[in-house]
Design a protein around this ligand. Structure first.
Ligand code: SF4
Ligand code: SF4
Length: 444
């Protein structure tokens, strides 16, 4: 590599990492638009969840075929990219296979990278077949039309290209390492259990041509990785990074436990306490009465719910287990998460376009993205939460939006309104007076 190459490499690296950093800052800024919620307790449990669910992929394997294939792609992709460190050092300092000094260990590393790359290729091809040929139901659902469908395929194509370039680069390198009398600085280093067979394609090809192929594959491989890194911002593939904080900050309470609005709880406690002073200041630490009950836009959700939206992998496991969706209702928990992310991105773009201030755009998450019909179709069964491989809770967003409909707009469905009136008047959901409660024992 010449000095010019090193400088060019440094520029590409700075641009690639720099643009990614700018976008990461936007994501963090958007997530911080959410309300505060305390998820900093019980750190050991949180680390354990992250290790088991994000790192260990424990929930993925509940569906063994896709889970196993996903683990191959995940492990392969992460481990193979250890080699990126070597590529970066080589690119910046003009060395070639700088870690080759590790000898036998280096051979094992490169050999295992190659085997993983081949397995990733197989897994990715199976994924493409499942999506586009077998057309598994959750991948052809109506909420995946357009960009989400293309995005899922682009990710798989990207991985095929990157793995192929990696193997091609190694094959050309292997060929040049074995040129009798040596070729430039291509000295024997690494073992190539897969690419040594690809290298047979270069038999009879001029060394200069093989060198150009090796360099082209090397440059395209690292440039492709930087492009892919920046593609994450626009893609559901962001989950490869956000699955970790998302599982760490997930709700640790049992699934059936709903959080109460603290301001409402305090109000009720006050009403039930005969000695309470209704004019006393709110107790320290208690919420002041919020400007709005529930949520009709993303700024009303808490920051973990917004992190959830960015983390959603759009796998559809939630929707395929949702009883409302299965029975033909309009609700899809995956769509709830996708809509929340789309609206959040829209709000973020609005802030960017208006010098850091959100200018009302006459749109809200409620109605413009998610309709009351979808929200009221939910049975609050928690199947979506149970199924989600990265501990997302579509239900918590649904509940907050329902709270808005009920408490701010009195827009509950008729049947619910009747039930709530009965609770208010009769202390029970039924339309009987309290005096008649024990009538059943007088029958016959
Ligand atoms: S909690 Fe609601 S959205 Fe989730 S699976 Fe059950 S019905 Fe569907
Ligand atoms: S919420 Fe979870 S289960 Fe549903 S699509 Fe997103 S990642 Fe998959």
């Amino acid at each position: 590599m010449s000095y010019l190459d090193n400088i060019f490499f440094a520029i590409i690296l700075i641009l690639g990492v720099g643009y990614f950093t700018v976008n990461v800052k936007k994501i963090l800024r958007n997530i911080k638009l959410g309300r505060e919620v305390n998820r900093y307790d019980n750190k050991s449990e949180r680390w354990k969840n992250m290790a088991m669910i994000a790192l260990g992929q424990s929930k993925m394997v509940k569906r063994p075929i896709s889970g196993f294939l996903h683990i191959i792609v995940y492990v392969g992709f992460v481990i193979i990219n250890i080699e990126v460190l070597e590529i970066i050092i080589d690119g910046l300092f003009g060395t070639h296979r700088v870690f080759a000094f590790m000898g036998a260990f280096y051979d094992v590393l490169i050999g295992s990278f190659e085997i993983l790359a081949a397995l990733v290729l197989v897994a990715v091809i199976v994924f493409l077949i499942r999506r586009n040929v077998i057309k598994i139901k959750r991948f052809i659902h109506s909420d995946l039309k357009g960009w989400p469908k293309s995005d899922a395929n682009y990710i798989l194509y990207f991985e095929i290209v990157l793995m192929s370039l990696f193997l091609l680069m190694n094959a050309a390198d292997y060929h040049l390492q074995n040129v009798s009398g040596g070729f430039m600085d291509f000295h024997p280093a690494g073992s190539f259990p897969i690419s040594q067979y690809i290298a047979t394609l270069f038999d009879g090809v001029a060394n200069g041509t093989v060198y150009i192929i090796e360099r082209a594959a090397w440059w395209l491989h690292i440039t492709g990785i930087l492009i892919f890194l920046n593609y994450l911002y626009f893609s559901k593939h962001l989950h490869i990074l956000l699955a970790f904080p998302n599982t760490y900050f997930a709700d640790l309470n049992s699934k059936g436990q709903f959080d109460n609005l603290e301001s409402v709880t305090n109000e009720v406690k006050l009403m039930m306490d005969p000695n309470a002073d209704p004019f006393a200041a709110a107790p320290a630490g208690a919420d002041a009465v919020p400007a709005k009950f529930g949520a009709n836009d993303v700024q009303d959700l808490n920051w973990v719910q917004l992190l959830n939206a960015y983390t959603c992998t759009e796998c559809g496991r939630c929707t395929s287990s949702c009883p409302a969706n299965i029975t033909g209702k309009k609700l899809s928990p995956r769509k709830i998460m996708m809509d929340t992310r789309d609206r959040l991105v829209e709000v973020g773009n609005n802030i960017d376009a208006n010098k850091g201030v959100f200018v009302p755009d006459n749109k809200t998450l409620l109605n413009d993205y998610i309709t009351p019909e979808e929200l009221w179709a939910c049975t609050s069964c928690n199947a979506c939460v149970e199924e989600c491989p990265v501990n997302i809770s579509p239900l918590s967003i649904i509940m907050d939006m329902r709270r808005y409909l009920v408490m701010e707009q009195s827009a509950a469905p008729m049947s619910l309104n009747a039930m709530m009136t009965n609770v208010e008047n009769n202390g029970a959901p039924w339309q009987y007076s309290q005096q008649d409660r024990l009538n059943w024992k007088n029958e016959n």
